[in-house]
Structures are given as structure tokens and as C-alpha cells.
Design a binder for this molecule. Structure first.
Ligand SMILES: Cc1cc2nc3c(=O)[nH]c(=O)nc-3n(C[C@H](O)[C@H](O)[C@H](O)COP(=O)(O)OP(=O)(O)OC[C@H]3O[C@@H](n4cnc5c(N)ncnc54)[C@H](O)[C@@H]3O)c2cc1C
Length: 497
């Protein structure tokens, strides 16, 4: 058995960012006995990309993370289950057998049987891209190219409607990959992503993700987490003469407001989007080349939500969502190739909206989803402009009378200076595992004869997890991983328990 040494208890640890990665690292360290843990969060709220709000009523909506993906081995699912935080209403809703309504341009509804057939074919083809036996064949392909080829080999490709639904499936998949297009995503590398067993979409109850964050926060002393403390620089490998008189710490974290913190270890949990913008200026000395390359090579895309609250419900009670199927959508290879050259996609940015889902506990609210460069572009428009476009889409696709929109709420994750996107993906021709490992490697690099203090700067966050990147549980586990690294470093070995 090992327990924490005195040096460990006294070690000064600063954690940059209070999302799931930062809070799980803090919780793990505090539970292990570390007494000097300080979390610095730039925003005026905690949770990062998990953001539970109440804009329409006392009921919550999630502007960021929505579901817990998978059950078996998912620490957040277990935590939510143990504390009764999962949604009961949702399992009841599922039994009512609600379904998605798919519409073509011009107000014609697509037959459910065709849609179901295509969606299950799409799932099968995507699952095959994950199949490691086929990896060699797929290695050079983008996910979009692989899917096009596999689809062309099926008899279903001959039907126009089925081709259009296939395009919708690809557009919808862009939400999972947070990409502008599947033609940018690696086909073979997504095999490293691991789906945990059990229901994939698990909904939280009335407290939403905030209830889970609150559980983590409860285990921390209140003063351990500071909001509105944006970190400007992380100065590491400080020479003796640069270190503070009293502390003698190898790292100094300096905030934008001028306050600074001396530390033995810093765990950086900012998003890959933030690193893409700031990795070259945030660290002194500069980060090693391998880490800068990983920051550059790994993909980080935008996913946004558009919440519309209507004066009344205008969709049937069994409707789970209104999905928009274009004659020529942005994930058609021809359209994509053509759009690559210019900026014409800006005129048709709204074609990237997959559809509008109904929202639990909000009977008159719909939530639209949009990804990639079109999402980023949408973020530059006024809410009223986005609202008007959505209403026009809903009217023209469904042919239903759309009542007044009382409130609109648009996420702008791409322009949030402390997030800069939604989550990571593995681009075509990038070795995901290699880059994720480079991204998570601690500094200074391990070397036998080095006299430099070890584990000065550690890295956690969704994008550093090899199997669960993109997810809240990936973020959580990455924080635990880095905390465990420090726990092992300071472990005081004893013979028996
Ligand atoms: C629209 C959307 C939908 C999603 N849906 C799901 C879903 O359904 N299920 C799922 O599992 N995942 C989902 N995700 C992904 C999930 O939210 C993230 O993977 C996870 O929350 C990331 O946690 P993190 O701790 O790695 O990063 P973050 O949550 O980004 O935390 C990093 C923190 O660092 C702070 N920070 C940044 N810069 C500084 C600085 N200079 N100084 C101090 N602090 C700083 C940030 O403010 C932030 O709080 C979704 C994300 C989005 C955007």
C-alpha cells in the first residue's frame, strides 16, 4: 500500500480551469490528502463546457454538454446513478415511442421506413470504419470518403431520397465529430474512440450537469476554487534566483489581473481551442516542439445550439425532432468540394443545421444543432437574424404554421475566449494516439540524469484522453489521471496495509 508523504501533503498545486478535468483533478488530490490545491478559473462561473442554465423557466437547459455517453465504466454515470441525478422522466418519454419527423425541401415528409433503413445502414457503415481489421484500407481516407465509397457499394445508393437522407446522416455525424465536414476527419483513427457499454444517451434529471459539478465541488474547501482568475502565463523551470524567497517553487502562474501563484506543480486543463490560440505565448520557456505540433495537428471544431421558445407547441406530441433533408446539402461531396474553394457556403450557412429537437421539460422549446465553420459564421450574426432564418426553415420544410418565437438563445462556443470551440477530433492523416499522448505528456520531459524538478506542468482535458476524447467522462478521467501521477510521485511506500 502507499500513502501520501509529508512532502506531498505540503506540495503546492495550481490547477488552471474548473471544467470537469480541473475539478476531478482537484477532488482526487484533496481526497488523497494534498493540502495546497488551488483551482484558477477564468470565467465567472464553473463547469467550462458543461453549462446548465435556466433562461426560459425554472427548468434547466444545457448550453454545452447534454448527455452522459455510455454507462459501464463511466464514472459520471455511476456518480449520477448513486446520487439519483439521472432523469426518470426521460425513460418514461422513451416508452411513449416518440420519433423524429424528417422533411424534404418543400414540405414533403419522408417515409419513416426509408429514414430508419438509411439511419441503420449509416450506423453499420460507421461501425465498420471503427473496425480495426479494415484499418489499413481506410487509413488514407477521410471518414466522408470512406462512407461515400461504402454507400456506393450498396443498392440503396440508386434512390435520390435515400441519397439525400444519407447526406443528412453525414451532416448529423459532424455533430459527434465537431467538424466542418467528415471529409476533414480521419476514418481509421476514430477506431481509437471507445463507446462504453449500455445506453449511449443518458439524460440527467432536473439539476442537469450542474448537479454533478456541485457534487465535485462539495468535496473541495470553498477557497480552493477561484473564479474570474484568467491565467496569462505559466512560467516553469524557474532558476533558483527567479524563485520566490520563501517558497522556492519551480513554477509561477501569473493571472491577467497581476496576481501570481508559486507552485510545485501546475495542471493545465484549458481546452485544445485555447491552446491553439495561446500555447505559443502562455508558457515560458516555450512548450517543446512535440507538444506544439500536437496542438496544431489535432482538430478542434465548433458545435452550437439554437434554442427557440415558441408561444405554443406546433409539432405533434410524438415528435422528438424536426429534421431537415436538403436536395443538395453541405455534406454532398460535390457541394463540399465546390464550397472549399470560395466563401459561398456563407450564403447557405443555415443548410448545416441538421434539425430541431424537442427539449425535455420544455414543451414549447426546440433546439437546433449546427457545426463547423457554418456554426462559427452563425455566431457572428444577431440572435434575431438567426431566429428569423430558423423560422423560415421550419415553415418551408414542414408546411406547418409556426407561431411567434418568444425567446431565442444561441450558444457561441467558438467565440468564447476561454473555450474557442466545442471539442476535439482527429483530422485525416493525423495519428491521433501519438498526438494525444504528446499533448498530455508532463513537463519537463522525463530524463534519467536531469536535475530539473519533475512534473512541473501537467496537462489534462477532454482532448488529452486517447479513448474518451470529446466527452465529459473523458475530461473527468483525464483530471484523475494527472492527479494520480502526482499521487504516485509523492507516494510513501509502506509494507502492509
Ligand atoms: C455544445 C456542446 C455539446 C456537448 N455535448 C456533450 C455531451 O452531450 N456529452 C459529453 O460527454 N460531452 C459533451 N460535450 C463536450 C464536453 O462538454 C467537454 O468534453 C467537457 O466538458 C470538457 O471538459 P474540460 O474540463 O476538458 O474542459 P472545459 O470544460 O473547457 O474546462 C476548461 C476550463 O478552463 C478555463 N480556462 C480557459 N482558459 C483559462 C485561463 N487562461 N485561465 C484560467 N482558466 C481558463 C475555461 O473557462 C474552462 O472552465 C459538449 C460540448 C459542447 C460545447
Amino acid at each position: 500500500m502507499s500513502s501520501l508523504s509529508h512532502r506531498g501533503r505540503e506540495a503546492r498545486i495550481v490547477i488552471v480551469g474548473a471544467g470537469f478535468a480541473g475539478l476531478s483533478a482537484a477532488e482526487t488530490l484533496v481526497k488523497a490528502g494534498f493540502q495546497n490545491v488551488q483551482v484558477l478559473e477564468a470565467m465567472g462561473r464553473l463547469g467550462g463546457r458543461a453549462y446548465t442554465m435556466r433562461p426560459f423557466s425554472e427548468n434547466i437547459i444545457e448550453l454545452g454538454a447534454n448527455w452522459i455517453h455510455g454507462q459501464k465504466g463511466n464514472p459520471l454515470f455511476q456518480l449520477a446513478q448513486e446520487h439519483g441525478l439521472l432523469s426518470e422522466e426521460d425513460s418514461a418519454r422513451k416508452s411513449v415511442s416518440s420519433r423524429n419527423y424528417f422533411f424534404k425541401e418543400g414540405g414533403k415528409q419522408l417515409a419513416t421506413v426509408d429514414v430508419d433503413k438509411m439511419c441503420s445502414l449509416f450506423d453499420k457503415l460507421t461501425a465498420k470504419a471503427f473496425d480495426s481489421e479494415l484499418e489499413k484500407r481506410h487509413r488514407p481516407l477521410s471518414l466522408g470518403d470512406y462512407l461515400d465509397r461504402a454507400f456506393a457499394e450498396t443498392r440503396l445508393a440508386a434512390s435520390e431520397d435515400r441519397r439525400r437522407i444519407f447526406e443528412w446522416c453525414k451532416r448529423n455525424e459532424c455533430t459527434d465529430e465537431a467538424c466542418s465536414s467528415l471529409y476533414e476527419v480521419s476514418a481509421s483513427q476514430i477506431s481509437e474512440y471507445t463507446d462504453l457499454k449500455g445506453e449511449f444517451f443518458n439524460c440527467l434529471g432536473p439539476g442537469g450537469y450542474q448537479a454533478l459539478l456541485d457534487l465535485l465541488l462539495k468535496s473541495l474547501p470553498p477557497e480552493a476554487v477561484l473564479k474570474n482568475q484568467a491565467v496569462e502565463t505559466v512560467q516553469w523551470d524557474l532558476k533558483a534566483e527567479e524563485q520566490g524567497q520563501e517558497q522556492r517553487c519551480p513554477v509561477r502562474v501569473v493571472c491577467e489581473n497581476g496576481e501570481s501563484y508559486e507552485a510545485d506543480h501546475v495542471i493545465v486543463t484549458v481546452s485544445l481551442g485555447v491552446l491553439k490560440e495561446r500555447a505559443r505565448t502562455m508558457f515560458t520557456p516555450a512548450l517543446p516542439k512535440s507538444k506544439l505540433c500536437a496542438v496544431e495537428r489535432l482538430g478542434f471544431g465548433t458545435v452550437d445550439k439554437i434554442y427557440l421558445q415558441f408561444s405554443e407547441r406546433f409539432w405533434p406530441e410524438d415528435c422528438a425532432g424536426i429534421q431537415l433533408v436538403w436536395n443538395q446539402g453541405p455534406e454532398d461531396k460535390d457541394v463540399y468540394s465546390c464550397d472549399c474553394e470560395g466563401e459561398s457556403w456563407k450564403d447557405t450557412w443555415f443548410k448545416k443545421i441538421c434539425g430541431f429537437d424537442t427539449v425535455a421539460r420544455h414543451p414549447t422549446v426546440l433546439c437546433g444543432w449546427i457545426t463547423g465553420r457554418e456554426a462559427l459564421y452563425m455566431e457572428s450574426l444577431r440572435d434575431s437574424e438567426v431566429r428569423d432564418v430558423c423560422v423560415r426553415l421550419l415553415e418551408s420544410f414542414t408546411g406547418w404554421a409556426v407561431p411567434e418565437v418568444c425567446q431565442v438563445l444561441v450558444s457561441r462556443w467558438g467565440h468564447d475566449p476561454f473555450v474557442s470551440g466545442a471539442y476535439s477530433f482527429i483530422p485525416k492523416n493525423v495519428n491521433g494516439v501519438q498526438e494525444q499522448k504528446a499533448l498530455s505528456a508532463p513537463l519537463p520531459p522525463r530524463s534519467k540524469h536531469s536535475t530539473r524538478k519533475p512534473l512541473q506542468v501537467l496537462f489534462a482535458g477532454e482532448a488529452t484522453h486517447v479513448n474518451f476524447y470529446t466527452t465529459t467522462h473523458g475530461a473527468y478521467l483525464s483530471g484523475v489521471r494527472e492527479a494520480q501521477r502526482l499521487i504516485s510521485h509523492y507516494a510513501h511506500k509502506t509494507q502492509n496495509s
